[in-house]
Design a protein around this ligand. Sequence first.
Ligand code: G16
Ligand code: MG
Length: 216
Amino acid sequence: KEIAFIFDLDGVIVDTAKYHFLAWRNLAIQLGFEFTEEHNELLKGVSRVKSLEILLNIGKVEISEEEKQKYLVQKNTEYLGFVNKMTSDEILPGVNDLLNYLDANKITYALGSASKNAPLILEKVGLYSRFSAIVDGNDVSKAKPDPEVFLIGAKKLEMKTENCVVVEDAIAGVEAAKAANMTCVGIGEKEVLGHADFVFGDMTGFTPEFLNQLIN
Ligand code: G16
Ligand code: MG
């Protein structure tokens, strides 16, 4: 049957979570509290604005709207410093093989990311032109776990939702994919991404055997 893929970005194509972490942690230090890798888990797949809210909650810090805007710009500027140094070396293991397989089998794919920096990141790692469609944080009004990002992706690919396969590393993303009536492959731990239809530890889980099973 005809299928299409919709990929999340952070945690699936590249590991930008480590750069988000460094930038958020510096902001927390500046505001006088500790921000751990464990805290950072709460921000995965979550929008920038919502991430700041969660971070401020962790530090029990209350600030004005104006200051929030200032810190959002500051965090993103620092984050972009890391992004601008990214190269194709940062594409996660298994991704290139999978995209090559999809191209060879004429299976289209889109990006469905919460990040407003998604096009820049894809450009940096040399994958931008390979995607048939890109849906990012600038295109959606409702963040994951709302299915909007993946529904727009399916529309752009001109595919029925039930024929779309979403690849996601975040709980909110898996929920969004299932709410969109799509097949979901989780990348991470089974205990965490239990609602996904399949879960692999990393992107090398997409073996030719598994892909054949999905297509047929
Ligand atoms: C990514 C990250 C999130 C980040 C969000 C917004 O989402 O997982 O941690 O907060 O994008 O990023 P930005 O500040 O660049 O707009 P995804 O959906 O690609 O995993
Ligand atoms: Mg992600």
